[in-house]
Design a protein around this ligand. Sequence first.
Ligand code: SF4
Ligand code: SF4
Length: 100
Amino acid sequence: MLTAKVIAFPLRPPRAARRPPGTLRFDALLDACVSCGDCVEVCPQSAIAWDLLGYPVMIDGVDCVCCGLCADVCMHGAIKLTAATRRGLDAAQDEDDARD
Ligand code: SF4
Ligand code: SF4
């Protein structure tokens, strides 16, 4: 179900659109993504929107900080952790542990 309100209109066609880091290639994304909106909602940068097909796409001009949360929250395997986003997620976990 689509839950977010922002729809991006990327200049690139869907197959070449800029997706969150670690997003599956387009054909696999179509199979895996259920357009639940969890990645859109979790992004601390509000960097993810919907494309016109209902799949997550990066908003032009908004920086990704490689926190890894979009991959972490995706229960359908449509966004995988990359080396960079795994580091980001690990760093956030280390900060949480230090606070505890
Ligand atoms: S969390 Fe995964 S399944 Fe849900 S919209 Fe994002 S990519 Fe698609
Ligand atoms: S890695 Fe973090 S900042 Fe980058 S798109 Fe995903 S949730 Fe947003």
